[in-house]
Write a protein that binds this ligand. Structure first.
Ligand SMILES: Nc1ncnc2c1ncn2[C@@H]1O[C@H](COP(=O)(O)OS(=O)(=O)O)[C@@H](OP(=O)(O)O)[C@H]1O
Length: 399
């Protein structure tokens, strides 16, 4: 009797259309809550949103004391601006190469060239929110590790292209933005740095790129103190084209700066090159490399040709995968040449099924430079290039 009463009430409940709708709505609400929860979990692993990285403890070799002030300074720097990762562009030069006050305005590009990185990182985030990316990362498994390999330079060499291409490899996880830990943020300590990294599973390599490390005097000692086994990658490019690319970037943000020609010389009549200008200074690769060789053996540093990264991306990527001890998974099947951009692009970017080219801040049209000045710069760099070829055992063909 009781049993039939229960059955009857259940039947009455189900047969009511209003109640049916109510149940359906509740189920839909629960699914929505679950999806929101998953998304929040995923978003917390995205590099550009990590601004609470300071976790108190300093480990191992990290030097310098983090003060509450420095922490607040960093947090406010990241939070205060509408585009937080603009601060993390690769356009910072070490203070030691800034001399004259007039050069300061050009060399200290923190205020001028921040937007480029943002352009790329924003693209990454949009891709990362595609459903295919959500399904693979939402579980947030693995743990954050200090990078085992770092792209340390050079600015305007093609570092963003290399990192984006490497991220296609399933055994590489990389932080999208430039952490600038070993130059600007060292006082924050290694735990702060580790916290910026994406989670990795056993066997996966953690990577980052900050091109200004290559010209930062303290960077080799600091990276070696973190781990002497860190693998270093330098993307190098013809120093004259690199200087013009660097100038083009600054010009795009500060259209009123003097001409490239006038900045190149200390004295145009005598033809004395102004090596205090960072655009010139960065290209003296042999000098900077000398500093790294005090702390790292040559076989721990891989030099990637910026020119070949454009003409034969799969070939250069093959060398990089070998250097990192990874299976050659990224091959020419992953690239297509985009005629409009004039660059190789990815058929499918990391976490996406769509083709991906770098943003508009890569491949800007360079201004025409007086051929005499270009020749003067070629003459200036030649001996340094020769030395660099000797040191690396590789002729990059810039002369
Ligand atoms: N595939 C692909 N797509 C777009 N751009 C490419 C690519 N490969 C290399 N490059 C060259 O990369 C140059 C920018 O170098 P970086 O990424 O190291 O610049 S930055 O230091 O991070 O600002 C950029 O320099 P400019 O052409 O002078 O803008 C490009 O020439």
């Amino acid at each position: 009797m009781e049993y039939s009463l229960v059955c009857h009430s259940l039947y009455a409940f189900w047969s009511s259309p209003v109640k049916k709708k109510l149940i359906l709505l509740s189920i839909m609400f629960l699914i929505w809550v679950y999806m929101l929860y998953s998304c929040v979990g995923y978003c917390s692993t995205m590099p550009s949103l990590v601004v609470d990285g300071y976790r108190g403890k300093e480990t191992g070799s990290a030097v310098g004391k983090r003060t509450e002030g420095s922490r607040m300074d960093l947090v406010s720097r990241l939070l205060a601006k509408p585009q937080p990762w603009e601060d993390i562009e690769s356009d910072y030069e070490e203070p030691s190469i800034r001399t004259a006050a007039s050069r300061d305005l050009l060399n200290n590009e923190l205020d001028t060239d921040r937007a480029d990185e943002w352009d790329e990182v924003r693209g990454e985030q949009q891709r990362a929110l595609e459903p295919s990316a959500l399904s693979s990362f939402s579980n947030g498994s693995g743990s954050k590790k200090l990078p085992q390999a770092i792209i340390i330079g050079v600015k305007k060499g093609g570092t963003r292209a290399l990192l984006e291409f490497l991220r296609v490899h399933p055994d590489i996880r990389a932080v999208g933005a430039e952490p600038h830990f070993f130059d600007r943020n060292y006082e924050n300590g290694l735990e702060w740095y580790r916290d910026l990294m994406p989670k990795t599973l056993e066997g996966q390599i953690t990577m980052e790129k900050t091109p200004s490390y290559f010209v930062t005097r303290e960077a080799p000692a600091r990276i070696s103190a973190m781990s002497r086994d860190t693998k270093l990658i330098v993307v190098v490019r013809d120093p004259v084209t690199r200087a013009i690319s660097d100038y083009t970037q600054t010009l795009s943000k500060k259209p009123d700066i003097p001409s490239f020609e006038s900045l190149t010389f200390k004295n145009r009549t005598t033809g004395l090159i102004d090596t205090s200008w960072s655009a010139i200074q960065i290209g003296i690769y042999a000098k900077h490399l000398d500093n790294w060789l005090q702390y790292f053996p040559m076989d721990q540093i891989l030099f990637v040709s910026g020119e070949r990264l454009i003409s034969d991306p799969a070939g250069e990527l093959g060398r990089v995968q070998d250097f990192l001890g990874l299976k050659r998974i990224i091959t020419d099947k992953h690239f297509y040449f985009n005629q409009t951009k004039g660059f190789p692009c990815l058929k499918k970017a990391e976490g996406s099924s769509k083709p991906h080219c770098l943003g508009k801040t890569k491949g800007r049209t360079h201004p025409n430079i007086d051929p005499e000045v270009v020749q003067r710069l070629r003459d200036f760099y030649r001996p340094f290039n020769m030395k660099f070829y000797q040191m690396t055992g590789h002729n990059f063909g810039w002369d």
